[in-house]
Write a protein that binds this ligand. Structure first.
Ligand code: LER
Ligand code: MN
Length: 278
């Protein structure tokens, strides 16, 4: 099996300051830093598809020999207050359109789009069944669109303080199995899993081939190794399920961005070293 690939997050969204992203000073800076620390790829969090210049990004990726691991859609919620399960049909339509444009942009660069906070919440008297029906309508449209580019769409269960729609890996996998499309994969974020799962390794084993992307973050949302998550167990589970995607650092830039980046690279190297020693 090939070694795990590493990725690091770049946020281009000032409104998300304080959020779990490593680099904040633009694409050029983020790509240069990612390459200098030895990452294989970057994961980008743009304000919208229109605000991300695909040519510039492509050029930077080539210049620094980086891949694009994924593109987040969360600014649709953070900046524009759009959600796929909003009770207002106009807002749901705009949310789908917002994500669809990111699916196109990311897809052309060979990367999947992530649906995390854009899933919304079950609230305001809307039933869970109705919220799930709206999610299904959106995913059955967006996932085939991603398929055109040969990439999946990623759905991320979030912890209970961020949503009450998809919290656990198991519930999300059951839901994905109910869809017509097979092109939605799971984004497993170790930070959310630390809160919601009985066992991170156990849940990864259960989800197996549904796992399409991993956000590598410790229990306190710092870089892997700066909290108390048992990453060796997690690494063994990912090896056992033959996971071939990225370990992407979606972490707080603490104590500073460079230290978080260096710590992540060292954690991925440790996981790869134990793999080599099998
Ligand atoms: C997005 O990947 C995520 O994990 C969310 O917690 C961001 O709010
Ligand atoms: Mn995440």
């Amino acid at each position: 099996m090939k070694p795990f690939s590493s990725a690091v997050t770049i946020s281009l969204v000032p409104e998300a300051r304080g959020g779990p992203f490593v680099f904040w000073d633009g694409l050029a800076d983020g790509c240069a830093k990612a390459a200098s620390f030895g990452f294989d790829a970057v994961e980008v969090f743009p304000p919208s598809a229109d605000d991300l210049d695909a040519h510039t990004l492509k050029h930077l990726l080539e210049q620094h020999r980086l891949k694009l691991a994924a593109v987040g859609t969360g600014a649709g919620w953070v900046v524009h207050k759009l959600r796929l399960t909003d009770p207002d049909a106009t807002v749901r339509g705009r949310a789908r359109h917002f994500i669809s444009a990111i699916v196109d942009l990311a897809g052309k660069l060979g990367a999947p789009a992530i649906i995390g906070s854009m899933q919304g919440r079950v609230e305001n008297g809307v039933t869970r069944a109705q919220s799930l029906a709206w999610m299904t309508e959106a995913l059955e449209q967006l996932a085939p669109r991603a398929h055109i580019y040969g990439v999946p769409l990623l759905l991320e269960p979030l912890n209970r303080y961020e949503t009450n729609l998809f919290n656990t890996v198991d519930d999300t996998v059951s839901y994905l199995g109910s869809l017509r499309t097979r092109n939605v994969k799971l984004l497993c974020d170790c930070f959310h899993m630390n809160i919601e799962e009985v066992s991170i390794a156990g849940s990864l084993r259960q989800a197996a081939s549904w796992v399409g992307h991993v956000h590598l973050a410790d229990s306190n949302r710092r870089a892997a190794g700066l909290g108390h998550t048992p990453f060796q167990e997690m690494g063994q589970a990912l090896r056992d399920i033959r996971y071939e995607g990225y370990l992407s650092a979606e972490v707080l830039p603490l104590p500073d961005a460079d230290t978080a980046a260096r710590q992540t690279i060292s954690a991925v190297q440790q996981l790869n070293a134990s793999r080599a020693g099998e």
